[in-house]
Design a protein around this ligand. Structure first.
Ligand SMILES: Cc1cc2nc3c(=O)[nH]c(=O)nc-3n(C[C@H](O)[C@H](O)[C@H](O)COP(=O)(O)OP(=O)(O)OC[C@H]3O[C@@H](n4cnc5c(N)ncnc54)[C@H](O)[C@@H]3O)c2cc1C
Length: 468
């Protein structure tokens, strides 16, 4: 067996050593499972097309099976090359359904034929039986010596799979491997889900009371179908049923985002709603660096950035807040900010990432204009300041209610709590009243135009959001 770590993927600006680490450790998990079968396993740093070209002179390839994925431009290009190779060499390329994704139909449908309904298709996919291959029946061909020698040239460098030094994943919640994905799902369905709904709003508790399956779903350690069928099979305590309903809604949201990305791959590089094309034209690297250094002067944002940089994970609400802050209050273009944030998120999944980024940046027009205030958000999601204190120890002596909004502290309080603003912790990098007014005025002006209204209505009809 061979795992191809394709340079087109691992050298892409959205990829980082955290992703290589997660993949590498997941591959080791597969190797451990295959050990009793004594099946050889290779990890190679080469494009899949290169691998096929190496195999071609030695083996007759009849069929290639792949999963059907909604992918970014660079992966689409790599897939197209494989498709061409297959055509040239009379190889059948079979794409297996995955995530219930409905292939984007570029050709017009025959008259009278209704457009396929992705939601029905997805629900039907979830009911299909799981593949349970008998691993004992796998036969691996003997590799000729010259081919083995060629493959050795593509052995990954020694540091491949080693994460950056700043990365300290919150194990066991980010433990790679299919075995761990199954374990996380089991503990979630048995007891961890108990606070799921309520804790989604808590910056601190949601770190552990979510399923934490996102990275596993991204890298294929577990599938939506496996999760769905486990939910039905496991005898989950009755008290957890409302939590499971909310969890299933989120899984459906995932499927929706994947389908949308399949239909709108340009979400990766283009504003979803073209009406906002003329805004945020100036990039300011210093401003962005201040955010990356967690020195914005807005404690919840800075705490979230520190948590993300160290653990590779923050919850949904914090992701929304950070992205909305970058694009609306700092008025920076999401396209320049996203590669760095994608590198930091261990679970980076383009479909979910770009869709939610564009929503937070008010670039879809499909949601009411959203301009969150980090201090108000802290009041809701970190009432006691526990999350802020964890990531910004300078707030250790500050009463919980003041952590999210240190501007409320008098000079005396600042002295009392050993937190002088401007000395121990930075002043806010922007005036939020001004940035809110500026963003609101610009966005309202754009979205009130007839052309924008028309485009928003058109976009809303392309793939209507199902009831979650
Ligand atoms: C700006 C931004 C960027 C994001 N980027 C990513 C990303 O790169 N990869 C990623 O997996 N998720 C992303 N999300 C969605 C969401 O924040 C994460 O899936 C979630 O926090 C993962 O935690 P969990 O596995 O404990 O989720 P749970 O709450 O346990 O949910 C289970 C699964 O459902 C899916 N899911 C949950 N919430 C949503 C949602 N609102 N929309 C779509 N699917 C959802 C995820 O696959 C998740 O693993 C992003 C959200 C925002 C706002």
């Amino acid at each position: 067996m061979v795992y191809c770590a394709a340079p087109s993927q691992t050298q892409h600006p959205t990829w980082s050593s955290r992703h290589s680490w997660f993949v590498h450790q997941s591959v080791i998990d597969i190797q451990l499972q295959l050990k009793p079968l004594k099946l050889p396993f290779w990890v190679q740093e080469l494009e899949f097309i290169q691998f096929l070209e190496l195999l071609q002179p030695w083996f007759q390839i009849n069929t290639i099976y792949t999963h059907y994925f909604a992918v970014m431009q660079h992966s689409r290009k790599a897939l197209n090359e494989v498709e061409q190779f297959c055509t040239q060499h009379h190889i059948t390329l079979t794409q297996l359904p995955h995530n219930g994704l409905l292939p984007n139909q570029s050709a017009p449908l025959p008259p009278g034929q209704p457009a396929p309904n992705w939601l029905e298709h997805f629900k039907n996919h979830l009911k299909q039986p799981l593949f349970n291959p008998n691993l004992n029946l796998i036969q691996t061909p003997h590799l000729p010596a010259p081919l083995t020698q060629q493959l050795h040239q593509y052995t990954p460098a020694k540091n491949w799979g080693k994460p950056d030094k700043t990365f300290k994943p919150d194990l066991p919640f980010l433990q790679p491997g299919a075995t761990h994905a199954q374990h996380l799902l089991h503990t979630f369905l048995q007891h961890r889900a108990s606070g799921y709904k309520k804790n989604q709003t808590s910056a601190h508790l949601s770190q552990t009371s979510g399923s934490r399956l996102s990275a596993h779903l991204t890298f294929g350690n577990i599938s939506l179908k496996q999760i769905w069928q486990q939910i039905r099979l496991q005898n989950t305590p009755k008290a957890l049923q409302p939590a499971l309903t909310a969890f299933k809604s989120n899984l459906l949201r995932r499927a929706y985002a994947l389908q949308l990305f399949e239909m709108h791959p340009q979400l990766e590089y283009q504003n979803f709603n073209y009406a906002v094309n003329g805004i945020r034209l100036k990039w300011n690297q210093d401003v962005f660096d201040t955010l990356l250094a967690a020195q914005t002067g807005f404690p919840l944002i800075d705490a979230a950035m520190r948590c993300l940089i160290q653990t590779g994970f923050i919850n949904h609400r914090l992701r929304t807040l950070v992205m909305a802050f970058i694009t609306n209050h700092l008025w920076l273009d999401w396209r320049k900010a996203t590669p760095v944030l994608a590198q930091l998120m261990t679970d980076f999944e383009p479909a979910l990432f770009f869709w939610h980024t564009q929503t937070a940046a008010n670039c879809t027009g499909l949601e009411p204009i959203f301009l969150p205030d980090p201090a108000a958000e802290a009041k809701l999601t970190d009432k006691t300041g526990i999350f802020i204190k964890q990531w910004l120890p300078v707030f250790a002596h500050t009463p919980g209610g003041l952590c999210g909004n240190p501007a409320l502290m008098s000079a005396l309080e600042q002295q009392l709590y050993h937190l002088e603003i401007g000395k121990h912790y930075p002043k806010p990098m922007v005036n939020l009243t001004t940035t809110t007014q500026y963003a609101l005025a610009n966005l309202q002006r754009i979205y009130q135009k007839n052309l924008a209204k028309k485009e928003t209505a058109r976009l809303a009809s392309v793939l209507p959001l199902p009831a979650f």
